[in-house]
Ligand binder design. Structure first.
Ligand code: HEC
Length: 120
């Protein structure tokens, strides 16, 4: 009983370590950091108007990603959009201020933009 348990334990640890190494070296690790992006979007109140899949008061992030799909300057345009406060027309007709999210630095904001652009 004991030897096989110990063996299973070692195997499990090896598998976990292997999976970690794979994840760290896969191209996916270089894509947007989803957790950080979603946390920033939450902190910025973005989900009051936007959702990933469905249109709410504002276009979904999926639609925005599709709109910018083939645009070379997509990232720069959206970083600019999210760097200043401006008035936008919401779906129900009113005007509301589009406020920048509380990004801790430029990389944090860029990560959010990359996350939005990869929803399409
Ligand atoms: C008060 C509602 C509201 C909130 C809150 C809001 N947005 Fe928006 N957003 C809009 C509307 C409406 C549009 C579409 C109008 C436009 O593009 O001018 C828009 C457009 C966008 C676009 C696309 C711009 C473009 O050029 O097509 C992005 C990206 C975006 N929002 C991200 C965010 C993020 C990130 C947050 C949180 C920091 C946020 N929004 C918070 C209403 C909102």
């Amino acid at each position: 009983m004991m030897p096989s348990l110990t063996c299973g334990d070692v195997m499990r640890k090896a598998l976990v370590a292997g999976a970690f190494v794979l994840a760290a070296h896969s191209p996916v690790a270089q894509a947007a950091n989803d957790d950080a992006a979603e946390a920033l979007a939450k902190a910025g109140g973005c989900f009051k108007c936007h959702s990933v899949e469905k249109a709410k008061k504002a276009p979904s992030y999926k639609r925005i990603a599709q709109k910018y799909k083939d645009k070379a300057d997509a990232e720069a345009t959206l970083i600019k959009h999210l760097s200043s406060s401006k008035s936008v027309k919401v779906e129900d007709g009113g005007d509301e201020q589009h406020e920048p999210p509380p990004a801790k630095d430029a990389a944090d904001l860029k990560n959010l933009v990359q996350w939005i652009l990869s929803r399409g």
